[in-house]
Design a protein around this ligand. Structure first.
Ligand code: PGA
Length: 247
């Protein structure tokens, strides 16, 4: 199974659902549709209405983050896994670099993963090195730390998808070379196999993925799909990624 996950970030109002309807129409007619899953993570404000709309359809709705407590608490503006589940979210991103930058520590991330899974959300756990770490050849050790500090066997690999997103690649148009990416993805899967005792969760790539570069990624069989930011805000760009991947 491959995954095409669209991360809308701070984008979208109720009428933006038109973008998803177009993606859904494509998906429903696509002869390759059994090979992949489409998940969109709109902002919190749209999760309930979009989940209802896509309830019987193919697109699954997720959130971009969740708070590190299970149900209710006195944390102003916080949204828990229980609250997300109750409005129809099926997935949640956790550990996106935007949120790590704002202070999400490994300990907080572990709680987020734990409570999300407890409330039956599937977790898309994001990892990635920054530019300096890459320059100093620290990529693999950074990724290993990010994975081993947070993930545990008891979370069950079926509840987790890992998204490798080099921070220097997000929104910049820069992507790793195919050789680099293959090597890094294999390494991530090796670490994950150690954590989950033999079986690795799916590993996605994210960072400036679009219809023109996705063909390079399809030769890297170890990559199980994509986390797509900018290009997920346009139905045409998002569909182009899927089309060109299966061409
Ligand atoms: P991008 O974002 O595709 O715009 O680089 C990816 C992400 O931040 O998830």
């Amino acid at each position: 199974m491959r995954y095409f996950i669209g991360n809308w970030k701070m984008f979208g109002v109720p009428k933006s659902i038109g973008i998803l309807s177009k993606i859904n129409s494509y998906y429903e007619k696509d002869k390759n549709r059994n090979k992949y899953r489409v998940i969109i993570t709109p902002p919190y404000t749209l999760i309930e209405s979009y989940s209802k709309y896509f309830n019987k359809k193919k697109i699954l709705i997720g959130s971009q983050n969740c708070y590190q407590k299970e149900q209710f608490s006195s944390n102003t503006a916080a949204i828990s896994p229980y609250m997300l589940k109750s409005v129809g979210a099926k997935y949640t991103l956790i550990g996106h670099s935007d949120n790590r930058k704002e202070g999400d520590s490994d300990m907080m991330l572990k709680d987020k993963v734990r409570y999300a899974i407890k409330k039956n959300l599937k977790v898309v756990f994001c990892i990635g090195e920054n530019k300096t770490e890459k320059k100093n050849k620290k990529t693999l050790s950074v990724l290993k730390r990010q994975l081993t500090k947070v993930l545990e066997k008891k979370f069950n690999k079926n509840n987790i998808i890992v998204a490798y997103e080099p921070i220097w690649s997000i929104g910049t148009g820069k992507i790793p070379t195919a050789i680099e990416l293959k090597k890094t993805t294999i390494y991530i899967k090796t670490v994950l196999k150690r954590i989950f005792k033999k079986n690795s969760p799916a590993v996605l790539y994210g960072g400036s993925v679009d219809g023109s570069n996705v063909e390079m990624f399809k030769d890297i069989r170890e990559i199980d799909g994509f986390l797509i930011g900018g290009a997920s805000k346009s139905s045409k760009k998002f569909i182009d990624i899927i089309k060109n991947y299966y061409r």
